[in-house]
Each structure stands twice: as structure tokens, then as C-alpha cells.
Design a protein around this ligand. Structure first.
Ligand SMILES: Nc1nc2c(ncn2[C@@H]2O[C@H](COP(=O)(O)OP(=O)(O)OP(=O)(O)O)[C@@H](O)[C@H]2O)c(=O)[nH]1
Ligand SMILES: [Mg+2]
Length: 374
């Protein structure tokens, strides 16, 4: 006998994109009531996130990501790749680069507001351009932005309209770079009939599924869930620590003049040891909310563990109790300034005359050396 199939339109949460359901509060898209006619629903999680700023855990999502991106590729639609200017290396979503190579590409380098004001924007553009070139990505344009300050909003809208050729626009990027915040800024300028906004939060994994926002009669903005970059600090600390690590205000660089055999403890999550070399200057570019404590290397193991135990430093995270939970990275400093980078957490500008540095970071987090960003 032939099986009868029925199709129904899936109603999705406007905030996170999850399909709305009213049966299981532990799954995504839960709404404990029926949807009113004509309502643009927000699930319970997004409602609490948007109205009370609550830290609502992120349930697992099933994403239409590939399907939607395959469509973008097929139609040669504009991809807007949003990167975080502070945690740039944590914004590199290699798995999506093939799509970016196949489509017109606009790069928005967001969160300009957290970098020191006196840095030249052209230098930042050059930094992003050079880094992306290493991955054979050559965007049509790179625009510096701050969703907080609506920086260059007009320029972004102008470029999107020029490059999209009347077609859909796909926003992609790593978790928490500000994709949804940017789209919300655009919605304030474009006609937004719903008066509802997409959920944003300080924690990665806010947007759970692809969200489609009408742009005009025949085209859409697609907000996609952020991709978690595995070798970034964000994948290795808890949500409470994340609040400290992600800078929300302009960072104040902190410079330490230190002798060798001194250690700088970065909250209870990382450590920077100056093992060998002449007295030197080390400047930390790190969220202002993270503590840096100085001690002798010989005392560093104990100091690190006891500060975590007594919670006398910020941040701490459940995953790290003592030095056994960190991994060591050794660097021989070249002559002249360089940056040592702990992906997603910070970079340290070393004005070095040579010497040896050991960096300890959570296992699996990338630690690397690069020429100075600023
Ligand atoms: N300082 C600063 N913070 C920003 C900016 N844009 C977004 N944020 C903050 O960064 C956090 C993440 O923003 P979202 O817009 O949710 O980021 P997303 O890329 O959509 O995140 P996912 O949906 O998890 O992938 C929020 O706390 C935002 O307020 C910005 O320009 N500057
Ligand atoms: Mg989002």
C-alpha cells in the first residue's frame, strides 16, 4: 500500500534558528505554549538570553550548514566572512575556506573597539590580508568594523549591495565573532518588519541553526552558526572563564620589565616563563578582566595551583587545577620584536635581544610565534 506523506512548514525560533517544539525543554527550540497566529516566535532559551542575559547552556544543534553553503556555492552568492580582530587566529575556519574560494568574498574584521585606538586601521587590514593570503583567500574587500559602535556600517552595506548582485548573502565565521550582532545592526538600517532580533551572547554557540532573514522581495541574509575552532582557548575553558577572556572594552596593553627566571601567571589558565636572557620588556595584549601575577619560576608551580584552589586569580576554569593540565611550548626568541600568541587568549609582544621563553597553555590550544600584529 502506498504510504501517505504530509508536509508542514517548520516554524523556527527567530533568535537561534532551532525548529520550535513544545514537548521537550531539554532540546533546542523549546517553547512551553502554542505559537499565536502571525507570531515570530522566540524559544524559551532565546527569550531568557535576550531579556535576562541569562547564561543558558547551549544544547547540541543539528545544522543545515553544508546544505545551505552548497547552495551558496552553486549560485555563486556573496559570502561575508566575519573575523574577530582580537582573536584573529581563532577565527580561521579552514573547513569553510573551499566555499569562500568558490564565491565572491567580503571580509568583515570585527571588534575593532577592543584593540588600542592608536593602531592604524590600514595596518590591521594588511595583517588580515596577509594572513588570509597564506590560505589562498583573496577577498574583494576587507572592512574593519565594530558591531558595538556601528563602525563602517554604511561602507559594509554599500559593499554588500555592490557585491551581492541581487542574490542572497551568507554570513559565516567562527563562534562569537559577532555575525549575529552585525546582522542585527544591518536590520536596524534595512527595513525590519518583525521588530525581533537574532540572539547574541558572550558565549560561543549562540546561533544554533541557519537563520534566514528577508532582505528584499526575493533575497535573504543567512546567519549561520559559528564554527568552534578546536585549537582556540574557547574550546578548552568553561563559560564562566569565557566572560573574562573575551574582551568587551578596549584592552589596555600591560608591559612587564622582567629578568630571566621570572614567571607571569595568566589567571589560572596559562603561564609565561622567561627562562633565559637579558632583562627585557614583554607587553601583554589580553582582556583587562584577566589577572597577571608575577613570581619566580621556582615558585610558579605551587603559586599557580594555590591561586586556583583559593580562587584568588581570574579567570579559573573547571578543567585546570594545576600545571599538569597545561602543555609546555618552548621558544627561542629571535633578535627584535615578535609576538607569541596563545590562540584566542592573548598575544605577548617580546622586545627581545634573544633568550628562551616557555609558554604553558591548556592542552590542545595553539601557541605560536609570528611577526608583530601591531
Ligand atoms: N567588543 C565587541 N564585542 C562584540 C562586537 N560584536 C559582537 N560582540 C560581542 O561578541 C559576542 C558574540 O556576538 P554574537 O553576535 O552572538 O556572535 P556570533 O558570531 O553570532 O556567535 P555564534 O552565533 O555563537 O556563532 C557578544 O557578547 C557580542 O555582544 C564588537 O564589535 N565589539
Ligand atoms: Mg550568532
Amino acid at each position: 500500500m502506498e504510504k501517505k506523506t504530509t508536509t508542514s512548514v517548520q516554524i523556527r525560533c527567530f533568535g537561534c534558528g532551532a525548529p520550535i517544539q513544545n514537548t521537550n525543554p531539554n532540546l533546542t527550540g523549546f517553547l512551553p505554549r502554542r505559537i499565536a497566529e502571525g507570531e515570530t516566535p522566540l524559544c524559551q532559551r532565546c527569550y531568557r538570553l535576550q531579556h535576562y542575559g541569562e547564561d543558558v547552556p547551549n544544547p547540541n544543534f543539528s545544522s543545515e550548514y553544508r546544505k545551505v553553503m552548497d547552495e551558496a556555492k552553486k549560485n555563486h552568492s556573496l559570502i561575508v566572512y566575519v573575523v574577530d580582530l582580537f582573536a584573529f587566529e581563532s577565527s580561521l575556519i579552514l573547513s569553510a575556506f573551499d566555499y569562500m574560494k568558490a564565491c565572491p568574498l567580503l571580509v568583515i574584521a570585527n571588534k575593532r573597539d577592543v584593540l588600542p585606538r592608536n593602531v592604524d586601521d590600514n595596518k590591521l587590514i594588511k595583517f588580515v590580508e596577509d594572513k588570509l593570503k597564506e590560505y589562498e583567500l583573496t577577498p574583494e574587500k576587507i572592512i574593519i568594523s565594530s558591531a558595538y559602535k556601528n563602525l563602517n556600517l554604511d561602507a559594509m552595506i554599500r559593499e554588500i549591495n555592490r557585491l551581492r548582485n541581487g542574490k542572497n548573502v551568507y554570513f559565516v565565521g567562527a563562534s562569537s565573532v559577532g555575525k549575529s550582532s552585525l546582522i542585527n545592526s544591518f536590520l536596524k538600517v534595512y527595513k525590519n518588519e518583525t521588530k525581533t532580533f537574532i540572539s547574541t551572547s558572550p558565549y560561543p554557540g549562540t546561533t544554533l541553526d541557519v537563520i534566514k532573514v528577508p532582505l528584499d522581495e526575493k533575497s535573504f541574509f543567512y546567519d549561520t552558526p559559528g564554527i568552534l575552532v578546536e585549537n582556540s582557548i574557547f574550546a578548552h575553558i568553561d563559560r564562566n572563564a569565557m566572560k573574562y577572556v573575551i574582551p568587551r572594552r578596549e584592552i589596555q596593553p600591560r608591559t612587564f620589565q622582567i629578568n630571566d627566571q621570572q614567571s607571569l601567571l595568566i589567571g589560572g589558565i596559562a603561564r609565561f616563563d622567561y627562562v633565559e636572557g637579558k632583562k627585557g620588556g614583554f607587553t601583554f595584549y589580553l582582556s583587562n578582566e584577566c589577572d597577571i601575577n608575577r613570581c619566580k619560576i621556582e615558585k610558579a608551580n605551587d603559586t599557580f595551583a594555590s591561586m586556583i584552589f583559593s580562587k584568588s586569580t581570574k579567570p579559573t576554569t573547571a578543567q585546570i587545577k594545576n600545571m599538569d593540565d597545561l602543555e609546555k611550548h618552548e621558544f627561542e626568541l629571535p633578535l627584535g620584536p615578535i609576538d607569541i600568541l596563545i590562540s584566542g587568549l592573548c598575544w605577548v609582544k617580546c622586545n627581545s635581544t634573544g633568550g628562551l621563553v616557555n609558554v604553558y597553555a591548556p592542552k590542545g590550544v595553539a601557541v605560536s610565534i609570528r611577526s608583530c600584529k601591531i
